[in-house]
Design a protein around this ligand. Structure first.
Ligand SMILES: O=C(CO)COP(=O)(O)O
Length: 245
């Protein structure tokens, strides 16, 4: 399974140092793929601390150009050269608060893959969309752009917006339905099976049930990933089924 920690705009150098000191020894021999996505300024420190460990490092976004006059943006090639191996694209907070669209998200994901990064591409419906019966049509639209991506360097994260940071995770039945739909779409679009993670209020208490749900290949964890102990408890709740990833 793949367990990814999205720190969002939390964390500091001292927190990162303490976190790695606690988590890295626990991850030795871990059967899962684990990724830490701290804010951009912490990436060099994270790469240094995680070198040779079971913890890979990811960014939370990147631009679609290799370089250029894009004040405040970060190049995927820069991330790759620094030793970052993953990037989250199209998180719902980027879609809702920072004007990310399906098309700009695709451009970022393409550039990231071309730079050698693996992409965690986020999809998910809002509460109004779910209540309006539009969940699957939203997922259909959000995944439509993914045909052009390399399926080998792609993971989808199904994060229903109403479950993010609310304490109300989707039920296993809701997760199973969405994941089955996304799996089918990605198979159709890319010709391959692409892993699908669940994200939205994953905690040590519900991780076992969510991660055992059919079609779930791991989790993208926000709030509960900020504490090394609770993130490790989530990792431990992941069923070990054969090979890594
Ligand atoms: O947005 C998320 C991960 O990307 C989920 O956040 P929470 O786990 O805090 O609900």
């Amino acid at each position: 399974m793949l367990l990814a920690a999205n720190w969002k705009m939390y964390g500091s150098p001292s927190q990162l140092a303490a976190y790695c000191e606690e988590l890295l020894p626990q991850l030795e021999g871990c059967a899962h793929q684990v990724v830490l996505c701290p804010p951009f300024p912490l990436l060099p420190q994270a790469v240094m601390l995680c070198a040779g460990s079971e913890l890979a490092v990811g960014a939370q976004n990147c631009h679609w150009a290799r370089e250029g006059a894009f004040t405040g943006e970060v190049s995927p090639n820069l991330l790759a050269e620094m030793g970052v191996s993953w990037v989250i694209i199209a998180h719902s907070e980027r879609r809702k608060l920072f004007g990310e669209t399906d098309d700009t998200a695709l451009a970022r994901a393409k550039a990231a893959q071309e730079a050698g990064l693996s992409v965690i591409f986020c999809v998910g419906e809002t509460l109004a969309e779910r209540e309006g019966g539009e969940t699957l049509s939203v997922l259909q639209r959000q995944t439509a752009v993914l045909a052009g991506l390399d399926p080998q360097k792609l993971v989808i994260a199904y994060e229903p917006v109403w479950a993010i940071g609310t304490g109300h995770n989707a039920t296993p039945a809701q997760v199973a339905e969405a994941h089955a739909f996304i799996h089918e779409r990605l198979q159709e679009l890319t010709g391959q099976a692409v892993p699908v993670l669940y994200g939205g209020s994953v905690k040590p208490q519900n991780a076992g049930e969510l991660l055992a749900t059919p079609g779930v290949a791991g989790a993208l964890v926000g709030g509960a990933s900020l504490d090394a102990g609770s993130f490790f408890a989530i990792i431990q709740a992941a069923p070990v089924a054969g090979a890594k990833g």
